[in-house]
Ligand binder design. Structure first.
Ligand SMILES: O=C(O)CCC(=O)C(=O)O
Length: 287
């Protein structure tokens, strides 16, 4: 289930046609794939340096709350938006051909990027999250109706993911193929998740874990002494508007490459916002 890039593919920055066909078919059937070490350790470390500073600042005012979803704070999973700034909005991160060549076949070439955030398992956690899907049904009134993949999550680990530091657990092979009404039943998902096959996303930093947004998964406690950072980007079919609109300062939008601009075109782009060099709250803060 893990896909490795050949030297030739790294040089070209793209999959060979056969590998692309294989990876896309595997993602459709399995719901999730891991492409190992896409960004490379040096580039990932550069990105992680900026990310770690922002995360450390963010943590100072963070409250885990007592939600069941975070095991009453015992998972120590800290969600943080990513600010619209380099290196997070650079082309190799948000518009990488190793991801887009697959995603365009599943979501269409006019796909959009609607969510730029991170999930971070912080040291000291003791419990797993409940098994969950990141989405509800697209057609909530239906019963026994399955929608095809209309949304993909791209996860990029900022450090090597291991059992010790709480690599994400996910349920490949079919959880994305459940009828939509099941996604309204978190208790049933949790019950089924307790007896079903899952895998742990053990992978080197800079890998791409690509999954249908419907795939069941859970965050795990981090028993190391370093934060375990994970980028979470959500790409959707152009007509799928099931998302908030992120505020992007116009001058930042203007500085993006045309492909990245196209991906972010559905967001709230306005002069009134000031560029962020930090993230202060649970949501992207308007300047
Ligand atoms: O941090 C992780 O490993 C996954 C977190 C997650 O799935 C979530 O919070 O929705």
């Amino acid at each position: 289930m893990k896909i490795q890039l050949s030297e030739e593919e790294r040089k070209n920055g793209r999959f060979d046609p056969d590998k692309l066909e294989f990876a896309t078919a595997l993602l459709r059937a399995n719901g999730a794939i891991i492409v190992e070490d896409v960004l490379g350790p040096e580039r990932t470390d550069v990105i992680n340096e900026k990310f770690s500073q922002i995360l450390a600042e963010f943590e100072k005012n963070y409250s885990y709350g007592d939600s069941e979803f975070n095991a009453q704070g015992q998972t120590k999973n800290m969600r943080m938006d990513l600010p619209f700034m380099a290196p997070f909005i650079e082309e190799d991160v948000v518009a990488n051909p190793f991801f887009l060549d697959i995603a365009e076949q599943i979501l269409g070439e006019d796909l959009t990027l609607r969510y730029l955030a991170s999930n971070n398992s912080m040291p000291g956690g003791t419990k797993k999250q409940p098994v969950h899907s990141d989405t509800g049904p697209l057609f909530p009134e239906t019963y026994n109706f399955t929608t095809p993949t209309h949304s993909l999550v791209l996860h990029i680990p900022m450090c090597n993911f291991t059992e010790l530091n709480g690599a994400t657990e996910f349920y490949p092979g079919g959880t994305h193929l459940n009828p939509d009404h099941i996604f309204k039943n978190p208790k049933l998902i949790q019950k089924l998740g307790e007896v079903m096959h899952f895998e742990q996303a053990i992978m080197p930093k800079g890998s791409f874990l690509i999954r249908d947004k419907k795939v069941w998964h859970r965050g795990c406690p981090n028993r190391s002494d370093q934060p375990r950072g994970l980028f979470t980007f959500i790409y959707q079919r152009a007509w799928d508007s099931t998302s908030g609109r992120m505020p992007i300062p116009k001058d930042v939008y203007d500085s993006m490459t045309p492909r990245v601009q196209q991906l972010f075109r559905m967001e709230d782009i306005a002069e009134e916002y000031t560029p962020m060099d930090n993230v202060y709250g649970l949501y992207h803060i308007k300047g």
